[in-house]
Design a protein around this ligand. Structure first.
Ligand SMILES: [Zn+2]
Length: 306
């Protein structure tokens, strides 16, 4: 064969190999950073991930910016928590995206909250006029690595159905994620159980730390909000101010998107330690979830310890 023919043949070999090499990555949109970080750990380099909410945004109220609808219109898979967490902002965007595959009930739409062991499921469906934002059970499931592991496996199953060629890679990553989750869950349980039981108590702003409290055997004695989604009222704060010294509660924890004024007042009046929980930065990194959940556990345990 002449050299030019060899080159020609090589060209065709390369060209035929190219499409498999550059197979399109699955385009995934996650609603909130903590879910996005689990998706990133499971999807690895096989997916292109976009997270809708900013790390410092309240997940109940995400601004419906126009570029989010554009991201959704190109997505193969939309991953949400569900349990009404995103009910105030996601359905509108989902419909506006005009992408049939990511609508409710389709293969390209996955709610991961129900993979968790749910807490605080109301016995009766509450009237929304009472401001109840947790009508399907507490949706803040991600601050328990055992839930995150269940969610990782659920995400891997769905990615495997959408992208069967790389099914094994998704399942392998989810298995590794679960091993790491189990290790982290046990390590922080050990640290928390070394804290005297009477100090394992905290007040939170919103009822968003129930899963972390359940994981680390901590009691959430009260919340600054009288009910989920209802701003603190003077009458309720008066009760909280009385309960903190009466029960010897050492810690008040809240997310950065809640106003600090009331927490400052409570801290001033009672001397309680006050912490603002870490945000989950750069959810597209595959180690972002574990870094965040450990940073949160470290801050809470550190706040409860003498
Ligand atoms: Zn909530």
């Amino acid at each position: 064969m002449r050299p030019s023919m060899i080159l020609f043949a090589l060209f065709w070999v390369l060209l035929s190999a190219w499409p498999a090499e550059a197979a399109r990555r699955v385009s995934v949109v996650a609603t909130v950073p903590d879910v996005g970080a689990v998706v990133a750990a499971v999807g690895g380099d096989d997916i292109a991930l976009v997270v809708m909410a900013e790390p410092t945004q309240d997940p109940h109220f995400v601004d419906a910016r126009p570029h989010l609808a554009l991201q959704l219109s190109r997505a193969d898979l939309l991953v949400a928590v569900g349990l009404d967490l995103e009910v105030g902002w996601l359905p509108r965007l989902q419909v506006g995206a005009r992408q049939p595959d990511i609508q409710v009930g389709r293969l390209g739409y996955l709610e991961v909250g129900p993979f968790s062991q749910l807490l605080e499921i109301p016995r009766t469906r509450l009237d929304r006029s009472f401001g109840d934002l947790h009508a399907s059970g507490n949706p803040h499931v991600m601050l328990d690595p055992r839930n995150a592991a269940r969610i990782a496996i659920g995400v891997a199953d769905r990615l495997a159905r959408i992208d069967p060629e790389r099914a094994q890679a998704y399942r392998d990553r989810a298995r590794r994620f679960k091993v790491e989750s189990d290790r982290v869950a046990a390590a922080w349980q050990a640290r928390s159980r070394a804290i005297p039981l009477e100090r394992r108590r905290m007040v939170t702003y919103h009822r968003s730390l129930s899963y972390l409290a359940n994981w680390l055997s901590i009691e959430v004695v009260d919340t600054l909000e009288p009910q989920p989604g209802i701003a603190p009222t003077p009458a309720h704060i008066k009760d909280v101010l009385a309960r903190i010294p009466a029960m010897g509660v050492p810690l008040l924890a809240q997310e950065p998107w809640y106003p600090e004024r009331v927490a400052d007042l409570v801290a001033r009046r009672t001397g309680i330690r006050r912490v603002t929980l870490p945000v989950l930065e750069d959810a597209t990194r595959s180690d972002a979830y574990m870094l965040w959940v450990e940073a949160t556990a470290r801050m809470v345990c550190g706040g409860l310890e003498l």
